[in-house]
Design a binder for this molecule. Structure first.
Ligand SMILES: NC(=O)c1ccc[n+]([C@@H]2O[C@H](COP(=O)([O-])OP(=O)(O)OC[C@H]3O[C@@H](n4cnc5c(N)ncnc54)[C@H](O)[C@@H]3O)[C@@H](O)[C@H]2O)c1
Length: 332
């Protein structure tokens, strides 16, 4: 008998926070790209965890949803996975300024529980981190060896988790990879975040709030590109390494970004922009050096304008998805 190619039917991924924005896009990407992989989605379903995000794949035989807090991972009811890919987190900076407790609990202590589980069951570990751990980068670019200087309780909780992952690598021999991506945008992003807030406000004929003068500089990556980058790292990345992920587009200010969205929705930007007082500790500029992941072959197909227009169209066509989330926010 000749076995031409050994196909591994047994890759089991435990994806935490898979009902959130990036996690749900990543699960869809994996199930489409690897029809033999098993995906367990473990999610606590906080305000931003939404089963509607995966309505189209919920009956896929390779997909299992488990409603659970990562802090309780020791009670995980299925066989241990090969990989844990940790998206679960409290993710909104403004909320972390109002109350940092849930951020420390999920983003730091929750990661510690996942790491203990991974060591005990010999799982590989992928930590989804953020470029915000580098803090404000006024000149040049932060590479993977730059100092961590987080500015908000959110980014501090993520930076703490990154250090913990590295320590588990050194102390217990955990096989890990950390990715630090820039701001994501695209379908299924909770409408409290800048881009979906802008698009959905405009669809409701409301103004778009911009902090300060809107001169904060950001690099935006389309969520599907980030998912492809994480997939690449999962399969080709080197254990014990950190990889920045950015869009390779030119950086834009929040003002330029919102102006583009308003104009592309055929509205008058001068009327629809509303300047509001800046938030404390607001970083002026984020900028990461992405040479390391491009050396693995990472590239991006479409530019920012094309992906923003795709995103605008998605929100126009999926009012069923965002309308009820906005009503919930308005009720508060
Ligand atoms: N959105 C971005 O622009 C961006 C950029 C860089 C990095 N990240 C990171 O990517 C990850 C995902 O971000 P997102 O924008 O999809 O966030 P999100 O808020 O949309 O989703 C977070 C998900 O995690 C779940 N969750 C939270 N705490 C949990 C817990 N204790 N146990 C189990 N599930 C829990 C929520 O229910 C939700 O489904 C986060 O770790 C975030 O720090 C996000």
């Amino acid at each position: 008998m000749v076995i031409e190619k050994e196909v591994d039917l047994s890759v089991k991924l435990l994806i935490t926070g898979g009902c959130g924005f990036i996690g749900s896009n990543f699960i869809r990407h994996i199930l489409k790209s690897y029809p033999t992989y098993k995906v367990y989605n473990l999610d606590k379903l906080t305000y931003s965890g939404n089963p509607d995000n995966l309505k189209d794949i919920e009956n896929n035989p390779n997909y299992i949803f488990i409603k659970m807090d990562i802090c309780d991972i020791q009670d995980f009811p299925l066989d241990p996975p090969d990989w844990i890919v940790n998206f679960a987190a409290e993710s909104h900076v403004d909320r972390s300024i109002r109350d940092s407790s849930p951020f420390i609990k999920s983003n730091y202590l929750g990661v510690q529980k996942l790491l203990d589980y991974a060591v005990q069951h010999d799982c590989k570990f992928f930590q989804i981190s953020t470029d915000e751990v580098y803090g404000e980068v006024l000149d040049g670019f932060a590479d993977e060896n730059s100092l961590l200087k987080p500015s908000s309780p959110y980014s501090a909780s993520k930076a703490g988790a990154d250090l913990l992952v590295q320590a588990y690598g050194r102390t217990y021999g955990l096989k890990y990879i950390i990715s630090r991506s820039t701001n994501n945008f695209g379908p299924y992003q909770y409408p409290e975040k800048l881009i979906p807030l802008a698009i959905t406000n405009l669809l409701e004929n409301k103004k778009v709030p911009i902090y300060g003068k809107g001169d904060q500089i950001r690099n935006w990556i389309f969520v599907e590109d980030n998912c492809k980058a994480i997939d690449l790292l999962l399969h080709e990345g080197k254990f014990g390494e950190i990889y920045n992920i950015g869009s390779l587009y030119d950086d834009v200010t929040n003002y330029e970004l919102i102006k583009f969205i308003i104009e592309n929705m055929a509205l008058d930007y001068e009327y629809f922009i509303e300047f509001v007082p800046d938030r404390p500790g607001h970083d002026r500029r984020y900028a990461v050096d992405c040479k390391k992941i491009t050396e693995l072959g990472f590239e991006i197909k479409d530019n920012l304008e094309t992906n923003l227009n795709k995103t605008i169209n998605w929100y126009i066509n999926n009012e069923w998805w965002w309308k009820k989330l906005k009503l919930r926010e308005d009720d508060k």
